[in-house]
Design a protein around this ligand. Structure first.
Ligand code: BYC
Length: 337
């Protein structure tokens, strides 16, 4: 019998709730089988939102990350170092572009994403709000910051969302080169004069703790880990990645003859890992919430760069529109012939 009544039976095939939950079950089964989810596939709204948040924060981190290093291109100590740094900063701009494109496949526009960054609504990595005071900082950023980035990003190559996973594969290859170039700068300083080695140590002292903060709050305080893991986006938790990073970096510091500024750092044979000291989470949240040493300067420089580049974007768009219009006219003429 036909009826206009609202269907209250949740098991009914006609119930919108049941359609959504069937779709969600299919989606979760695909995640469980490690299938990639593509832009045209059905996905829960929470999955889409989590991805837009994380991918866009990641993209913003790449373009804001260009700023602390960009200021050292003219001050690099040799032509070779200048060329390498220039290439690294360009790579980071490229990473931002892949990541913005991956976020756009989720139905959000580039303008919306950039707007969220410039208006202070969107986050970017806390690490880029610290000052790059010396040339050694450029080495330390490559060694530690890119090292931490790789640790966090290699598992993202296996993330469930196809466009993000594919972007990460290329990004990780480039990050690996970045980490090596940073280590090479620090190694050269450590093999140099006592003043140069002291410069490397002073830089490590300033960057060590902020680098550990990059991995995000402890798992017990992480808002998104549970859901992001269930969706196959996050493969390894914040604390586990941080521990992996400490475990590999201690040996590198020993090789360089540098000491990690943590009196609590010691090998724990029972755990098979290094124990390390407490992170200052008050500092982390201050920096994340806009009160770090360089938050204001970074946003100022980012917005200025965006405004100064506006004419280039406008010219490129006008050129593309002219070419497209010509192509349409040519196709019309061919059809008429
Ligand atoms: N800085 O629930 P949680 C790079 C926020 S690029 C600022 O654990 P999630 C590089 C977090 O967003 C480096 N905010 O979050 C570039 C959340 O706030 P909302 C960036 C942080 O997402 C150029 C809240 O705290 N890498 O390395 O599960 C040159 C609670 O956290 C931070 C990526 O973006 C932070 N450090 O885990 C060189 C990689 N940590 O959103 C190098 C992709 C946490 O609720 N992203 N928050 O307002 C990720 O893997 C994850 O998003 C995170 C955080 C591990 C960062």
């Amino acid at each position: 019998m036909y009826t206009q009544a609202i269907d209250t039976d949740p098991t009914s095939r006609n119930s919108p709730t049941s359609h959504a939950s069937v779709a969600e079950d299919v989606f979760l089964a695909r995640i469980a089988q490690d299938e990639k989810i593509e832009p045209q596939d059905w996905m829960p709204e929470a999955y889409r939102k989590t991805l837009v948040r994380q991918i866009s924060q990641h993209a913003h981190s790449e373009v804001v990350g260009m700023l602390p290093e960009g200021g050292w291109i003219t001050r690099a100590p040799s032509l070779r170092r200048k060329e390498i740094l220039l290439a690294k900063v360009q790579d980071e701009g490229g990473h931002g572009l892949y990541l913005y494109s991956a976020a756009e496949t989720l139905g959000v526009s580039r303008e919306q994403l950039i707007d969220a960054l410039h208006s202070g609504k969107a986050k970017y990595s806390s690490i880029f709000n610290y000052e790059t005071k010396t040339w050694a900082d450029i080495g330390t950023i490559g060694w530690l910051v890119d090292g931490a980035a790789i640790m966090n990003q290699v598992p993202l190559c296996r993330c469930s969302y196809g466009p993000y996973a594919r972007a990460m594969i290329r990004i990780c290859k480039e990050e690996s080169f970045h980490q090596r170039q940073g280590f090479d700068i620090v190694r050269a300083l450590c093999e140099g004069t006592p003043e140069q080695k002291a410069m490397a140590q002073e830089s490590l002292n300033r960057w060590w703790w902020p680098t550990l903060m990059m991995f995000g709050p402890h798992d017990s305080d992480s808002t998104h880990t549970g859901q992001a893991s269930a969706y196959g986006i996050k493969r390894i938790s914040n604390d586990d990645l941080r521990q992996k990073f400490v475990d590999v970096t201690v040996a590198q510091a020993e090789f360089l003859g540098l000491s990690i500024p943590d009196p609590a750092l010691r090998w724990n044979a029972e755990r098979g890992h290094y124990d390390f000291g407490k992170i200052d989470w008050d500092e982390f949240w201050r920096v994340v919430n806009g009160q770090g040493p360089c938050n204001e300067a970074r946003m100022h420089d980012r917005i200025s760069a965006f405004e100064e580049g506006r004419w280039v974007r406008d010219a490129a768009s006008a050129h593309a529109a002219k070419r497209a219009a010509r192509a349409v006219a040519r196709a019309g003429a061919l059809e008429a012939a």
